[in-house]
Design a protein. Structure first.
Length: 292
């Protein structure tokens, strides 16, 4: 079933867990993630980005992911991640996305607030939730591919409070030492900073760059106000390794469906690891009971 971002994150906020948000780049990885969510009676967010929209098209991408959501009993939110363009964000609302992240983190504070507010006002007319970002989560130096301009700027609690109030965003992504596209995990998140942010921001908080965070810190984050964790790199790594392994094991196989039947179980295992770490297993039942 389709679900909105505010419902999922408010349930996570009160329930002490985080909803995994998986960046997907095709039907097979989206199918694997949704199947794993169903098997665990857990909510899930399917995220796509600008590159995927350019490759597949806005309407086609949204329709494919919403069709998956419509087929299953567990709550699935279809989310546009890191949208830097207000007009694209509004078109995504019209296309049927269930959630939008407008990312104005590289802009001056006042412009970030104003643009996020524009998206919020447009999306809320259709009942769609919006995520904003304050501070800036950088990309790993060895995988920034055209994103070298993205700065690393830790979120200041007072600034986050002002942004949350003035923008009206339904969720706020923060920078506490997390980094996009890290291929290896490392510790060192600033939990004191996170606690200070959580004390002054009432909206659910979001972490990007989950693949680079240690398991222990992921578990700790769900107890320290984080309600949504974006996961991309580890799932892509799993996909690549499983695909190479399947092709090496079956060098004469050319049927796409057969090949992906060997890949998707590995992706389900990787996705399942995050449902475990974020405490999301079994939480869909409580959400559905509240909406019944």
């Amino acid at each position: 079933m389709r679900a909105g971002l505010p419902m999922l994150l408010q349930a996570a906020q009160t329930g002490g867990f985080a909803v995994p948000c998986f960046n997907v780049f095709g039907f097979e990885d989206a199918r694997a993630v949704v199947d794993e969510a169903v098997s665990r009676n857990a909510p899930v967010i399917l995220a796509t980005n600008r590159e995927m929209l350019e490759f597949t098209g806005l309407a086609a991408t949204c329709a494919m992911l919403n069709a998956l959501a419509d087929e299953v009993p567990t709550p699935v939110c279809v989310h546009l991640d890191h949208c830097y363009d207000v007009d694209l964000a509004c078109r995504a609302v019209d296309a049927g996305f269930g959630s939008i992240m407008y990312d104005g983190s590289q802009l001056d504070f006042e412009i970030n607030v104003a643009n996020t507010r524009r998206v919020v006002e447009y999306a809320h007319r259709s009942g769609i939730g919006v995520e904003g970002e304050i501070g800036s989560v950088a990309y790993s130096a060895d995988d920034n591919r055209g994103r070298e301009h993205i700065r690393h700027e830790l979120t200041e609690p007072e600034t986050a409070a002002r942004f949350a109030e003035l923008s009206g965003a339904d969720a706020v992504a923060v920078s506490i030492g997390n980094v996009h596209r890290q291929k290896e995990t490392s510790g060192g998140l600033d939990f004191d900073r996170l606690s200070a942010i959580a004390e002054v921001v009432r909206q659910p908080l979001v972490i990007h760059g989950t693949s680079g965070i240690t398991d222990d810190e992921l578990v700790r984050m769900t107890r320290a106000a984080i309600t949504k964790c974006n996961i991309g790199t580890s799932l892509r790594q799993c996909f690549g390794r499983a695909l190479r392994g399947t092709l090496a094991e079956h060098p004469d196989e050319f049927d796409r469906l057969t090949i992906f039947q060997g890949v998707m179980p590995h992706m389900r295992v990787e996705a399942g690891r995050y449902f475990d770490l974020l405490g999301a297993n079994g939480t869909a039942r409580h959400m559905l009971e509240k909406t019944a």
